[in-house]
Design a protein around this ligand. Structure first.
Ligand SMILES: Cc1cc2nc3c(=O)[nH]c(=O)nc-3n(C[C@H](O)[C@H](O)[C@H](O)COP(=O)(O)OP(=O)(O)OC[C@H]3O[C@@H](n4cnc5c(N)ncnc54)[C@H](O)[C@@H]3O)c2cc1C
Length: 287
């Protein structure tokens, strides 16, 4: 397969990239591991690509108070290989380590994954559970959007076409808090058929606060308010976690995705299993 013809421009700064994209009515390219495949499938024909992959200052992890800022061009391999000293939540490092294969992880970027908003991607689910925020640059300045408002639909985000994702900010690892990601993956691509992320803070054996998100089977990653309500204040026993996980059915909405890889009914039943696994693993990590 080969992509349709396109013009190529390489930007050396964020402002240049935004101006180039506008001038040529093009599309940004970071790692190219989602954009080029959709072009080869003829699902996109941008005519012009603005390569942002070599812009200085958009790569790497930076501590900012109790948060960690992840540059948009940081690869999945860098996040997966983060050490304890980097203080990233474990849910994020484990999700990044399960993306695709080594080639995808070495080329694909956090910003590209988030901007593409594929329903089967892993990072939107994890970032939603972690309460991450996305820093976006545009012609008229910068703004920050929380993950819960950023992922708006199937391959849709709150970002305008003229805007560029600059970084993603996540809270660093917190005491008495465990985070985890659990996914049922497509054995060929490793994309999520169902993905669940949890961040659980405990006090004694009880849940003090819970943030749970689900993805893969919904057009965009979603917080699971019903699951969270059944966890808050409860002792973290297997029975209580199971009861909470079963409530995920109330959080999925009506638009559940089914395809040749897995039916709607199968995905719905697997959502309970993987939400339970993510919560159980997060609780274990609080110890
Ligand atoms: C074989 C294979 C297996 C994969 N498996 C998984 C998996 O298991 N889990 C998973 O989550 N993902 C998976 N992916 C997707 C992978 O993570 C991609 O790298 C990622 O989704 C896109 O990142 P990229 O840097 O390659 O973005 P690109 O392909 O360069 O861009 C993707 C889209 O985002 C836009 N974009 C990119 N960067 C920015 C930015 N900074 N600001 C604004 N817009 C931007 C582009 O215009 C384009 O529309 C897989 C991909 C392949 C090819």
């Amino acid at each position: 397969m080969y992509p349709p013809k396109f013009d190529y421009h390489r930007a050396s700064s964020v402002s240049e990239a935004i101006a180039m994209r506008k001038e040529h009515d093009g599309k940004f390219m970071a790692g190219g591991h989602s954009l080029i495949p959709v072009m080869k499938l003829r699902l996109a024909d941008p005519g012009c690509i603005v390569d942002i992959g070599r812009i200085d200052g958009l790569k790497g992890l930076t501590r900012e108070g109790s948060d960690i800022k992840i540059g948009a061009l940081t690869t999945h391999a860098t996040v997966a290989g983060a050490t304890k000293a980097d203080d990233l939540p474990e849910a994020l490092t484990e999700a990044a380590g399960w993306i695709g294969d080594p080639m995808v992880r070495n080329r694909g970027t956090v910003g590209g994954n988030v901007a593409h908003a594929d329903p089967s991607s892993d990072l939107p689910t994890v970032l939603t559970a972690l309460g991450a925020s996305m820093e976006i640059a545009g012609e008229s300045g910068s703004r920050s959007v929380g993950a819960a408002d950023f992922f708006t639909g199937l391959f849709e985000t709150a970002m305008g076409e003229d805007e560029l994702l600059v970084s993603v900010t996540v809270p660093s690892h917190k005491p008495k808090t465990g985070t985890a990601y659990s996914k049922l993956f497509n054995p060929a691509s490793r994309y999520a058929i169902v993905g669940a992320a949890a961040s659980i803070e405990v006090n004694g054996g009880n849940c003090k606060s819970a943030s749970v998100a689900i993805g893969g089977l919904t057009p965009n990653a979603k917080r699971c308010a019903s699951v969270e309500a059944l966890l808050n204040g409860k002792e973290m026993t297997e029975a209580n976690i199971q009861a909470a996980a079963e409530a995920v059915a109330n959080d999925l909405g009506d638009d559940i995705l089914g395809d040749i890889h897995a039916s709607i009914e199968y995905r719905k039943s697997m959502a309970v299993v993987f939400v339970k696994r993510a919560i159980t693993k997060a609780v274990e990590r609080t110890k």
